[in-house]
Design a protein around this ligand. Structure first.
Ligand SMILES: *Cc1c(COP(=O)(O)O)cnc(C)c1O
Length: 455
């Protein structure tokens, strides 16, 4: 019988995170202060994050040790398994070899606890009592609630309103783990009240929820803010995925030709591809293709501008050089709530700009079609976000069928969709819709980019 799953043992778990900043051909453009527009310094970030995370954000060290207390918690679900998708290959009648690394077996059901646990640890170590954060689909809020309960921290989560209404079970997971969760825009902050006054039916967005969580954090000394994606220290923590996958692909006897993943802020996929992109940066794997998949309705990498922009709607968060649709852009309410963000991780954008990774945008209905095909072959019911990556994995495998090439495709499978069955119901009953690329709204939002000298 062919090997279908590739296991690592606890002793094979990575003991260091990989920091790609040590290997970049050009340094990452610095983040800027939202008021002064000068490069951010570590003290600027101290009201938001613990110093150890701030130092990780700008570190140029190639490897950063994973503290033992974090390793001990990682070991409750890591290493995650690498699967060979024989059933999907057979159904597609493709000569391609499809592998997927499944992050859905964490306690919260996605890759997000990889950083949630680390962030809770460093905040606790610095004496912080309470964290605030935003969440889209609720994956991040629930993951951080899991991390906070393990380290006995209070947590307040601002959840994008459209998801709060679509996904009550994610909120209940947060509450079960002891966190407080409110819909954003909320009346609890000025940013939320201003938006509600402007548009009482505002569906919310990740950018706005960030504004609320940051504002809340700034009002209290015992509180820090936590981000589930985008920033470099989050991508760093996620590199356990790619380091494990490398060993597992070796066990399988293959090196990938194509790596595919979905990108909202870019963390799960960067966690997978960064250890592989190192090979490319060193000139060893020039033909390796790394494909970032995003929704057609929020096409940051494929249609955005590479420019300095705010991380949030209110213009309170740091300014970063990234592909952006404009910080005031409100994406249509697609079910992949985790992919509704106007910007993208600066590290992913930098690598895209330098030509090391590519990007493609896909429409919503086609992603569910792929997700259902995956469920009916491999069995796993995937998150709507992950379905984007599955769509492109299948498309690439079908191209192999046409050309007769047996390429090796590695899919970063970011999580299960057990709390997204309402979205599947819409798809199965033919009620799911596609949203065209909202060109006019993007044009309007791009007119509000901050004025940066030299940009
Ligand atoms: C949050 C989430 C994403 C998108 O976030 P990234 O930072 O781009 O990884 C993708 N898939 C799942 C399952 C998620 O929960």
């Amino acid at each position: 019988m062919d090997t279908r799953r590739f296991f690592l043992e606890q002793k094979d778990m990575p003991i260091r995170w990989y920091n790609v900043q040590a290997d970049l051909p050009e340094p990452l453009p610095p983040m800027l202060h939202p008021m002064t527009k000068e490069p951010l310094t570590p003290p600027d970030l101290a009201p938001l994050f613990p110093m150890e995370l701030i130092m990780q954000e700008v570190s140029q060290e190639r490897y950063i040790d994973i503290p033992e207390a974090i390793q001990e918690i990682y070991a409750t679900w890591r290493p995650t398994v690498l699967h060979r998708a024989y059933n999907l290959e057979k159904a597609l009648d493709t000569p391609a070899k499809i592998f997927y690394k499944y992050e859905g077996t964490s306690q919260a059901g996605s890759h997000k606890p990889n950083t949630a646990v680390a962030q809770a640890y460093y905040n606790k170590k610095e004496g912080i009592k309470r964290l605030t954060t935003e969440t889209g689909a609720g994956q991040w809020g629930s993951s951080l609630a899991f991390g906070c309960t393990l380290f006995d921290l209070e947590l307040k989560v601002y959840m994008v309103k459209v998801s709060y209404n679509q996904k009550p079970y994610r909120r209940l997971m947060m509450e079960t783990w002891g966190a407080t969760c409110v819909p954003s825009p909320s009346p609890d902050t000025k940013a939320g009240r201003d938006m509600l006054a402007q548009d009482p039916d505002c569906p919310g967005s990740l950018g706005l929820a960030i504004s609320e969580a940051v504002e809340d954090c700034m009002m209290r000394d015992d509180t820090h803010y936590s981000l589930g994606s985008v920033v470099s220290h989050v991508l760093l923590h996620q590199t356990v995925i790619g380091q494990e996958a490398m060993k597992q692909m070796e066990m399988a006897g293959y090196y990938p030709d194509i790596i595919v993943g979905c990108v909202g802020g870019g963390s799960n996929f960067a966690g997978m591809f960064l250890p592989f992109v190192k090979d490319k940066l060193e000139g060893n794997k020039p033909d390796l293709r790394i494909i970032n998949v995003e929704p057609e309705s929020c096409p940051t990498l494929t249609k955005g501008l590479y420019a300095y922009d705010y991380g949030d709607v209110a213009g309170m968060a740091p300014i970063a050089k990234m592909f952006t649709l404009g910080h005031t852009f409100m994406p249509p309410p697609v079910h992949a709530g985790g992919l509704r963000y106007h910007g993208m991780a600066p590290l992913v954008c930098h690598l895209h700009k330098l030509g090391y990774v590519e990007a493609v945008a896909v429409p919503q209905i086609a992603t569910f079609e792929a997700g259902v095909q995956f469920a009916r072959t491999e069995g796993i019911i995937s998150a709507p976000e992950t379905n984007h990556a599955i769509r492109v994995t299948i498309d690439e495998a079908l191209k192999c069928k046409e050309t007769g090439e047996s390429k090796v495709i590695l899919l970063a499978h970011s999580g299960h969709g057990h709390f997204d069955m309402a979205a599947y119901e819409q798809y199965l009953s033919g009620k799911l819709v596609d949203y065209a690329y909202p060109e006019e709204k993007v044009k309007e939002a791009l007119a509000t980019l901050p004025q940066i000298p030299g940009q």
